[in-house]
Design a protein around this ligand. Structure first.
Ligand code: NAD
Length: 484
């Protein structure tokens, strides 16, 4: 039985070939509200056979979708954008229910997610190739861009709408058909997006959604099917590595958006008002449950105490509670293990000599809450600086020299995003170039934008999503040698 707070047209089956259907074995799994632990709905639990049926559907729809004029594909995506915009509030509330995030965060995500459909509705008509004369002058090098084919999309729970649209938008714009395997903690938003895409006119089989608690076997079966040509994954580095191994067997194209460990650097000449405002966004958006979350604060010794004090005041003023309550700014974390992990990392930091400047405890009697927390004087080698915290905790380390902070910032296997605050733009750009990350927020605490190439270096991933690059990830170049 489903909660009455859910959208009236939300369905709980697998979305297969344009229909919502039960799992092949009739199985379901429960989706819970992390603020209360209550069951919101029972959702079809896709089997390996269902996953292969989804590949059948996507493969059956591929040729005609690829042959659909780009303008028509773009207009369908535009329509999906418009429906998402009309339904922003409903989508936001659904995300609060299944993910726990505070309503303002959910509203921002809902709007951001819709923008991927708008951006890729515009990009659908821009799959340009090139023609050049061969260096010997004897013939032409003609390059055309073709859709890569059936694509498997696997998304995490922390941005249930945006991670889905960031993949579906470019895939459909490029002419690919897809099977989305949403995170099992948050499949409801993906199912609503499937309904919206159907309402926008996406033909049967072009988009399929397979919720499943059997993530490993279902995704693995799809990647072993020779009709699948692409895996686009967003999630942890650990699972990304497993999928890369799997993709290697079929020589599949792989785009990987993986974990982060973002440094947030405040130079002695930074505008501290701006740095605090940026830190609040970089750290506290989604209660810290973002791959882009500032994970380590490096603050110049001259301003470290002032910054720590002000950040503690700002984070201490946030209202924590169930995401759906009016005024809530920090919701619960996704589940009990998430809170346990944050608690353990904070405990290890304190054991190593860090000092509590704010919080450092759980919150409330039920649900999975952790207080906004600021830790000062964190030792360089504390595990909290090495691992993704994925919670509302800001560990602060002070530094004295530019070279020192660049070395500390780069001392990680991750490389998704870095944040840097300085009033000296020349210095800012120089340091930005030295930071080993795919993205830099220079005097900004937020980098995500559908028009920008989002992605990481090192173990934070392969490939880019968003911008024109995101479209190219779902295409392949074909070179035709000819002369006329
Ligand atoms: P996760 O890796 O546990 O799960 C991601 C997805 O993979 C889910 O759909 C899950 O069901 C599925 N999955 C899990 N095990 C699998 C397996 N063996 N085979 C196939 N699929 C499997 O990650 P999560 O906990 O859902 O999300 C948090 C992680 O995602 C963090 O590390 C975060 O940094 C990362 N993330 C990265 C980005 C980015 O753009 N770089 C964005 C958001 C989240």
């Amino acid at each position: 039985m489903a909660s009455t707070q859910l959208p009236a047209d939300l369905k709980f089956g697998l979305y297969l070939n344009g229909e919502f259907v039960p799992a092949g074995d009739g199985g379901t799994f429960a989706v819970e509200d992390p603020a209360t632990g209550e069951v919101l709905a029972e959702v079809a639990n896709g089997t390996v056979e269902d996953a292969i049926r989804a590949v059948d559907a996507a493969h059956g729809a591929l040729d005609s979708w690829a042959a659909t004029p780009p303008r028509v594909r773009g207009e369908i995506l535009r329509k999906a954008f418009e429906i998402m915009r009309e339904r922003t509030e409903e989508i936001a509330r659904l995300m609060v229910l299944e993910n726990g995030k505070a309503l303002p965060d959910a509203r921002s995500e809902s709007a951001y997610a819709a923008e991927f459909f708008r951006w890729y509705s515009e990009e659908a008509v821009r799959m340009s190739g090139e023609v050049v004369t061969a260096p010997n002058g004897g013939y032409k090098i003609l390059v055309v861009r073709q859709p890569i084919g059936v694509s498997v999309l696997v998304t995490p729970w922390n941005f249930p709408a945006a991670m889905a649209t960031r993949k579906i938008g470019p895939a459909l714009a490029a002419g690919c058909s897809v099977i989305l395997k949403p995170a099992s903690d948050t499949p409801l938003t993906a199912l609503l997006i499937a309904q919206i895409l159907e309402d926008a006119g996406v033909p049967k089989g072009v988009v399929n959604v397979i919720p499943s608690r059997r993530s490993g076997p279902t995704v693995s079966a799809m990647l072993s099917d020779p009709r699948v040509r692409k895996i686009s994954f967003t999630g942890s580095t650990e699972v990304g590595k497993q999928l890369l191994h799997k993709a290697a067997d079929g020589i599949l194209s792989a785009s990987m958006e993986l974990g982060g460990n973002a440094p947030f650097i405040v130079m002695e000449d930074a505008d501290l008002d701006e740095a605090i405002a940026g830190a609040m966004v970089a750290k506290m958006r989604n209660a810290g449950e973002a791959c882009t979350a500032a994970n380590r604060f490096y603050v110049h010794a001259k301003v470290a105490e002032e910054f720590t004090k002000r950040l503690s005041v700002a984070m201490g003023a946030l209202k924590i509670g169930p995401g759906i309550e009016v005024g809530t700014e920090v919701g619960p974390l996704i589940n009990a293990p998430a809170v346990d992990k944050v608690e353990e990392l904070v405990g290890l930091a304190l054991g190593a000599g860090a000092e509590v400047r704010l919080g450092a405890t759980r919150f409330g009697k039920r649900g999975y809450f952790y207080q906004p927390t600021v830790l000062g004087r964190v030792p360089y080698d504390a595990p909290i600086l090495k691992e993704e915290i994925f919670g509302p905790v800001a560990p602060i380390v002070s530094f004295d020299a530019e070279d020192e902070v660049i070395a500390m910032a780069n001392d990680t296997e991750f490389g998704l995003v870095s944040y840097l605050y300085t009033k000296d733009m020349k210095r800012g750009l120089r340091i930005s170039e030295s930071l080993e990350s795919g993205m830099v927020g220079l005097n900004r605490g937020l980098v995500s934008d559908p028009a920008a190439p989002f992605g990481g270096v090192k173990q934070s991933g392969l490939g880019r999503e968003g911008g024109h690059d995101g479209l190219l990830e779902f295409s392949e170049s074909k070179y035709i040698a000819t002369s006329w």
